[in-house]
Design a protein around this ligand. Sequence first.
Ligand SMILES: Cc1ncc(COP(=O)(O)O)c(C=O)c1O
Length: 460
Amino acid sequence: MTTGETTQRRQPARVADDPAERYEAITAASRRCACDAAAHLPGGDSRSTLCHPPYPLAFEEGRGCRVVDLDGNELLDFTGNHTSLIHGYGHPRILEAVADQLGKGTAFAGPTRAQVAFARQLCERIESLERVRFTSSGTEATLQSVRAARAYTGRQVIAKIEGGYNGSWDEVMVSTHPRAEQAGDRERPASVPASEGLAARAVSDVLVLPFNDEASTRRLLEEHGSSVAAVIVEPVLGSAGMIPADASYLRLLRELASRMGIVLIFDEVISFRVAHGGAEGHYGVRPDLTCLGKAIGGGFPLGVVGGRAEVMELFDPSGGQPRVPHPGSYNANPVSLVAGSASLELLTEEAVDRLNENGDALRRGLRAAFGEAGLAVQVTGLGSLFGIHFLRHPVRSYRDTLASDKGLRHRLFLGLVAEGVLIDPRGAGCLSTATGQAELDAFAGAVRRVAPSLAAGRRG
Ligand SMILES: Cc1ncc(COP(=O)(O)O)c(C=O)c1O
């Protein structure tokens, strides 16, 4: 299947107006799969962000910008496995590179040429990268970046953004999505554990910063800066719903970090795609360290931590035990490296420009479609990333999203599935290079058909 192709296995039948009823009516096999899974996996799940009521869709296959679920429903995919598949499913160039590597071997107890080639490619493309290391996930990349920052500065405290998600290890599992009653003052957010079982110090060692609030961030960093090792920030706040940073906010973080000897870390696991050289290129702000993941592996598990040579040297084991050891059985896995390298080659300046133009067009189309239904919706995003928030006021931070109508957002998600469109259940998504104008129009058309049933079921 290629962009614009219209052959579909099965068009989801229009069986009811209620989005939840429609979803359940067409997804019996996914329901059975969820029941079977629950016998062996807690909640039937291995990835908590994918679990949602009544049960998640289970998938059979994907091609280009389309996925097919277990019931044979074909959906236009606007998730790309939560931004990982920037060229859609099964791009032939990526599959070819992977097949070639599979024939040679999937893992070795030593370095490969693929490692050198991809490291060079990344350092040539992203301005701030002088040295890189490869991990197996974004989580490991952010963990190593913060550990290096602590070793480099000799300080303990980590400053992170309220509503920012930087992986699933202890210190960053703080204030990822705090409830309003836990979150403290807007200008001085509390450190709220996002999980039970975190190390107590992990929570108390985190300073939570309010995104895009320059005055409060300046005040907090001026109060605590001398004990802060790192500020870690996503240039586009992903899991909070694709909320872009103001350029002046990132510039402020850069200025304060430089003045106070803090390591500035850009978590570009999601945002890298917004410009050819990553979000740092888009914003013109250079971090000390950068973490990459998701799309950087071309659809395979891969993470990257990289940046200033002076900090990255801490990982250097060539003279004996490094100051920051970084072992890992699948670090720099060659299958992921060749997939990532092929994917990055395909992501030319022109490809990024087209993705971004399509992203602008999609956001315009969605605003118009919701507006016609009389629904107050904010569509956020940057480049090929979008977020949908059922709110009247503009969204510039996680705090701004707290009052959004999550029930309506969930009904939108279910209703869109019934219309053959897949987004992240949290109301966000992205485009791939396989997505064309026909798919953008189809998405807006689906919103037009679902919106009236949302407007009818709106609370209050
Ligand atoms: C911004 C950001 N950083 C880090 C991570 C962690 O990456 P991974 O899921 O590969 O561990 C994610 C994952 O969603 C992310 O969105």
